[in-house]
Design a protein around this ligand. Structure first.
Ligand code: NDP
Length: 400
């Protein structure tokens, strides 16, 4: 191996999202000249490597790492010498991987903000606190380069740049009309998904944060290519950064669809205590019920072959342009089976992995460059929007 590290990436986390990122990077050899994949379970990296060779003819390097341990992350980075680390492990590993990047002088990208394992609370402050350290080291950290957060933030920045003088309100609408054939399964890491869904609702309104009981507010939206679906008001991480960065915005809310069947299972699991995140004593062992539940639920990465239907994620944005009220809807529709045919994954992993690859591409080519810690809406949306069209996530802007 030469030491030309310019196009070398290290991807940490070989789950549903990590697999898509590896496949998509392998498709763009002119940017990603050398790809490493490391995770807690080496066998998962090796299975992805085999699939990538079969689909693209490219060989990737694999390694084992426990990314909770900063010293292991540093050792791995020193061994691979990448230009960028793409973190597709879990939110719990964000800070240890950021520490590893700082120690080794390497840029960083992730798709979900930090969350402590023992408290169901996600917030950007932990990672925003790294601003000075990344800036002083001359490094860049890009936070939340998935779909939501990620593409939804870029949609808002694009609307602000091209469609509005002032934005009054943003509603982020996330519909997954996929059927996977299991009585109950989650489309991304079950532990993270259930922690998010069972949390209290929260939205930004006229400079204040307002709270609602979990899943207590819903509305029916008519989603393009899907039809009417019930969507529930939830707190989601991009609300925090958009409230800070979209100047003058009055209200921002996030809505996600759930089937009645999903909610029925979730309610029972909650009622019997299976979604608890505090350890309980069981036959002489301490176990965390939600972690045990994750172990018996289908792995998100295994849902690909059976999931049919579409996702539709986007933003309805209202504001003023040239003195007149204006309302637009920017969205993407993605088909689970088309994703599976292309990279062997369902659309939730795909819609997260493609933007991670694009964010990485823009950083490696210095199209997006800066020192410090960045949320997606702080960077020029145009090159990102152009790449979405080219790499599998075409978008539509509709005036309402
Ligand atoms: P998975 O559970 O499928 O994959 C996570 C991977 O990380 C697994 O391979 C796991 O290893 C590995 N991992 C966990 N802990 C460690 C550790 N300590 N050291 C090394 N590797 C570790 O999750 P997903 O792929 O569904 O999600 C990945 C990330 O993407 C999550 O942070 C999730 O929140 C985020 N996400 C973001 C979205 C967005 O739109 N922004 C949407 C969906 C997901 P093992 O296999 O051994 O358990």
């Amino acid at each position: 191996m030469t030491d030309d590290k310019k196009g070398r990436v290290l991807i940490i986390g070989a789950g549903g999202v990590g697999s898509v990122v590896v496949h998509k990077c392998a498709q763009v050899s002119e940017v990603f000249s050398d790809i490493w994949l490391a995770s807690r379970t080496l066998a998962k990296c090796e299975a992805i490597r085999e699939d990538v060779v079969r689909r693209t003819g490219r060989t990737i390097h694999t390694a084992q790492v426990d990314a909770d341990r900063v010293e292991e992350v540093i050792e791995l980075i020193e061994r691979c010498r990448p230009a960028l680390v793409i973190n597709t492990a879990l939110p719990y590993q964000d800070l240890s991987i950021m520490e590893g990047c700082l120690a080794s002088g390497v840029d960083y990208l992730d798709t979900a903000n930090y969350e402590p394992p023992d408290e169901a609370k996600f917030c950007y402050q932990w990672q925003w606190d790294y601003q000075d350290r990344f800036r002083d080291r001359g490094l860049m950290a890009l936070l939340g380069s998935g779909f939501d957060p990620g593409v939804t933030n870029v949609f808002c920045a694009y609307a602000q740049k091209h469609h509005f003088d002032t934005i009054h309100s943003i509603d982020i609408l996330d519909a997954n009309a996929g059927e996977h054939g299991h009585p109950f399964a989650t489309n991304f890491n079950p532990e993270i998904n259930i922690r998010e869904v069972t949390a209290r609702g929260r939205y930004f309104d006229q400079g204040e944060w307002k709270e609602t009981d979990p899943l207590s507010v819903h509305r029916t939206f008519d989603f393009p290519e899907i039809g009417p679906r019930k969507a529930y008001l939830m707190y989601h991480e991009e609300l925090e950064s958009l409230a800070r960065h979209i100047e003058g915005v009055g209200r921002i809310r996030f809505w996600m669809t759930f089937s009645d069947n999903y909610l029925k299972h979730l309610e029972v699991l909650q009622n019997v205590g299976m979604t608890r995140i505090d350890p309980v004593e069981y036959e002489g062992h301490q176990i965390v019920p939600l972690r045990f539940l994750k172990a018996v639920l289908p792995e998100p990465a295994s849902l690909g072959p059976h999931t049919k239907g579409k996702t539709c994620i986007g933003c309805v944005i209202e504001g003023m342009k040239d003195g007149k009220p204006k309302k637009i809807y920017i969205y993407n529709v993605c088909d689970h089976q088309e994703c599976y045919r292309e990279v062997g994954s369902q659309a939730i992993s795909y819609t997260t992995g493609v933007p991670a690859m694009i964010g990485a591409m823009l950083m490696l080519t210095s199209t997006w460059r800066g020192t410090g810690v960045f949320n997606m809406e702080q960077l020029d949306p145009d090159p990102f929007m152009e790449k979405l069209m080219l790499h599998g996530l075409p978008w539509v802007v509709k005036e309402l």
